[in-house]
Ligand binder design. Structure first.
Ligand SMILES: Cc1cc2nc3c(=O)[nH]c(=O)nc-3n(C[C@H](O)[C@H](O)[C@H](O)COP(=O)(O)O)c2cc1C
Length: 196
């Protein structure tokens, strides 16, 4: 199945790198484990290259750009580099925890540093939390609409075990999220259709 996606993309000369953007930069986070697992499902489902993006490696201060992003008059090298990174992506997948019913500030900040770069970007939102992070998913869907991304209809919400949240127990996504695998595969199928 996935061969047809890559074949079609190759025919169209598309850059098919999917960026899997992690919403958490917190010390002791589980985000890398979940993001890598989601990225692997994406590779298997679509055949496209998936690169996990750690926002900790993309420091974007909140106060050093005088012009609003919609003008694209970026003064800082780090903003220009972030702009280039997102512009080069064929699609994005957000993998983010819910914090106090919203999504982490670092992710909002990374989105808000750009504007046109997000337009028409095919995107999937994957959330996680004690109840799956559906409230932060709704918020992120709204913001994605503001910057004119094209969202997959399926937004998987992964329920974290209490022991992972409270005691820092090791997370095994294959075991804990087994029931959600098909949903995530569906989301990647929709993403590939949006990229076609
Ligand atoms: C500041 C903060 C707020 C949180 N708020 C929520 C919440 O609203 N709903 C929820 O289900 N879990 C909440 N949690 C628990 C997180 O889902 C859990 O800690 C998860 O591991 C966070 O992802 P991360 O480890 O990748 O940062 C919160 C955690 C933090 C640190």
């Amino acid at each position: 199945m996935h061969v047809s996606y890559t074949y079609k993309a190759a025919l169209m000369g598309q850059d098919t790198t999917v960026l899997v953007i992690m919403g958490s930069t917190r010390a002791g986070r589980v985000c890398p484990t979940i993001a890598e697992w989601v990225a692997q499902l994406g590779r298997e489902r679509t055949g496209f290259r998936h690169e996990v993006i750690d926002l900790a490696n993309w420091p974007l201060p909140t106060d050093d750009e005088a012009a609003i992003p919609a003008t694209r008059r970026y003064a800082q090298d780090h903003t220009r580099a972030w702009s280039q990174k997102i512009s080069g992506a064929a699609a994005v997948v957000f993998v983010t925890p819910q914090y106090n019913w919203g999504y982490p500030a670092v992710l909002k900040n990374a989105i808000d540093h750009l504007y046109h770069e997000w337009h028409n970007m095919p995107a999937v939102i994957v959330t996680y939390g004690g109840h799956g992070g559906t409230k932060c998913s709704a918020q992120l869907q709204q913001v994605a609409g503001a910057v004119k991304m094209r969202l997959a209809a399926t937004a998987p919400a992964l329920v974290l075990p209490e022991a992972v949240i409270r005691e820092g127990a090791t997370l095994d996504p294959n075991r804990e999220f087994n029931q959600q695998v098909m949903l995530i595969q569906d989301a990647f199928g929709e993403l590939a259709d949006l990229m076609a």
